[in-house]
Design a protein. Structure first.
Length: 230
């Protein structure tokens, strides 16, 4: 049975585990990072025209904080999301997305958003992690948009048992779902000996920076399609 390591904890990939088993693939959770929500002061949402989310965690951390404070997002506020997963997270809070980019990448989201609304004076709030791979501020420097960020969660490296990593051979696979997971793995174990798959361009770029070889990049950054690459 082939091994497929996925750099998330088991609770977030339980459905995938069953699908993989039916194909003779054993999914091994590799929680190389952990995420925690950050307490933040909720801004005056009455002055906001758009919210931008680039992750499910951004949606969850933001709306959970509002719910705890008995606050709601005014209906007049429109919402932009990076892709389908983030959109589905938003729908769990009874809101729908008003803007999605042509591809599910943060850089494309901000570039296409800025281009579409370049002649409009908008107040935009970007809900984000403490550390991000792409800083979009410069995209709005010459536009009418008032752009601000709100940090709502953080991601930190997790220790993973070295004996677990030793189980992976050169014929197995490790799927990296974020650049931070690449950093964490490299710091702990160096270059993987298994075949490596990146969820998207940012993660692949981080691998190349670490001199990892033969990187496979998913055509569509969706964890649900990972079995197509194994």
């Amino acid at each position: 049975m082939s091994l497929l390591g996925i750099t998330r904890d088991g609770n977030r990939i339980s459905d995938l585990v069953e699908k993989a088993k039916s194909k003779g693939i054993e999914v091994v959770p590799l929680p190389l990072t952990s995420t925690s929500f950050i307490s933040f002061e909720v801004p005056d949402l009455n002055n906001i025209d758009w919210l931008i989310f680039t992750s499910q965690l951004g949606v969850e951390s933001f709306f959970n904080r509002l719910n705890d404070s008995d606050l709601t997002v005014p209906n007049k506020i429109k919402i932009a999301v990076v892709g389908n997963k983030t959109e589905k997270a938003l729908e769990r809070y009874n809101r729908s997305a008003d803007f999605k980019p042509s591809e599910a990448y943060g850089k494309i989201l901000f570039t296409e958003f800025a281009d579409k609304f370049k002649n409009q004076k908008l107040n935009v709030l970007y809900v984000r992690a403490e550390t991000v791979n792409f800083e979009p501020d410069h995209i709005f420097e010459n536009s009418l948009t008032i752009f601000n960020s709100l940090i709502t969660y953080s991601t930190k490296s997790n220790k993973v048992d070295n004996e677990l990593i030793k189980k992976f051979s050169c014929d197995d696979y490790i799927f990296f779902t974020a650049p931070s997971a690449v950093d964490s793995f490299n710091d702990q174990f160096g270059k993987p000996k298994s075949k490596i798959i990146a969820i998207g361009n940012s993660t692949a770029e981080k691998m190349i920076d670490k001199n990892w070889n033969k990187v496979t990049i998913m055509k569509n950054p969706d964890i649900d399609t990972i079995l197509e690459y194994v």
